[in-house]
Design a protein around this ligand. Structure first.
Ligand code: B12
Length: 298
């Protein structure tokens, strides 16, 4: 996804500060910049967002850098935003959900938090209401569609991986049509600096095995929310593990991997939520380095 860049003047306006303040932040390395062919400073959007998120700097005019206006978004707290976000999903209002999610992201919430505390919780409620016949199938499908589109947009807002970033690949196995969890796992890995590639849903384990062979990832994930036939899954998974499991850490997650199923397979780590993945990744690498803090009035 291309990372658009903006002039210092536009970025200063977006933050509602003077150009000289912005220049000082850039000179101190608080905002990473690059140069145009003509030698002028330009600022990639991902650097602007990284700065806003980790220094707690509010964007006064986010629309200047291609984001929605956020004036009427009620809160920076996931808990307080939950009802509003749930309603926007149930009523199919993509713009409202998008603004809510972007606001929470900009106020510094990590992707794992948005996944566990907002998205999984909303979908759990949608599933519950569907079971009680309070929500129609189309509302659930549209909800998934809206969330998927918004997550793709967030993907473009996370800092692009370094040229030598380690590769992580994964997906869901044949018979598993679920897609949101794997999309979120890809994003969490991206936020941790991985070149993360979600191969998609419903991919035969034999094909995933070939992908590991050819792409040689540093990490492999499998999200398993549905299993057609447990003995077949266990047999095919164990073949994949026997071939690659000692070289490539395999990260598992998903509701279908019950304790019983897990008892028959091996893996590096099982995550019943994204926070576990986040903790696991933090132990594998040093915390990502954020630019030095700045005084808001500098
Ligand atoms: C959306 C949805 C679908 C959609 C999915 C579309 C899509 N594009 O993904 C579709 C249409 C496929 C679907 C179909 C069905 N569904 Co459905 N579905 C849901 C729903 C509402 C949301 C699931 C979801 O995406 N959640 C969001 C994700 C982000 O959260 P999550 O899955 O909980 O994952 C979290 C963790 O498990 C973890 N995680 C998961 N994987 C991984 C992987 C890694 C590596 C890591 C680190 C972490 C991790 O992190 C996530 C965030 O915390 C759930 C309700 C619910 N409670 O979740 C029902 C639900 C799962 N479905 C259910 C049912 C009954 C069905 C159907 C049988 C309906 C039918 N009659 O056809 C079919 C079965 C399909 C199949 N082949 O098995 C039931 C299952 C009941 C049960 N006991 O198993 C549920 C619980 C609804 C309910 N309340 O009854 N469904």
């Amino acid at each position: 996804m291309p990372d658009r860049s903006f002039s210092p003047r536009t970025v200063a306006e977006a933050f509602g500060v003077s150009e000289s303040s912005l220049k000082r932040w850039c000179d101190r390395g608080a905002i990473q910049t690059s140069k145009t062919a003509g030698g002028h400073r330009k600022i990639p959007r991902s650097s602007i967002l990284d700065f806003a998120r980790h220094q707690g700097m509010r964007l006064a005019r986010p629309e200047l850098i291609g984001l929605p206006t956020l004036d009427d978004v009620i809160s920076d707290s996931i808990e307080e935003s939950f009802e509003q976000a749930l309603r926007s999903i149930l009523e199919g209002r993509m713009d409202d959900f998008r603004r809510c999610l972007i606001q929470l992201f900009l106020s510094g919430h990590a992707i794992w938090e948005l996944g566990d505390k907002l998205i999984a919780r909303i979908m759990k409620e949608v599933g519950h209401r569907w079971e009680c016949a309070e929500v129609d199938v189309y509302q659930e499908r549209l909800g998934c569609e809206i969330i998927t589109r918004c997550l793709y947009e967030l993907r473009g807002m996370v800092k692009p991986p370094a040229a030598d970033a380690p590769l992580a690949i994964g997906g869901t196995p044949a018979g598993d049509p679920y897609s949101l969890a794997s999309t979120l796992v890809e994003l969490v890995l991206s936020e941790h600096g991985y070149r993360a590639v979600n191969l998609g849903s419903n991919v035969p384990l034999s094909s995933l095995e070939r992908a590991i062979d050819r792409l040689r990832p540093r990490l492999f994930w499998l999200s398993v929310s549905a299993i057609d036939d447990v003995p077949t899954f266990v047999e095919q998974y164990n073949e994949l593990f026997a071939k690659h499991g000692q070289q490539v850490p395999i990260i598992l997650g998903g509701r279908a991997l019950s304790e019983e199923v897990r008892g028959e397979i091996q893996y590096a780590v099982f995550c019943d939520r994204l926070s576990i993945l986040n903790t696991f990744l933090s132990t594998l690498q040093p915390q990502s380095q954020h630019a030095p803090a700045v005084q808001r009035n500098s």
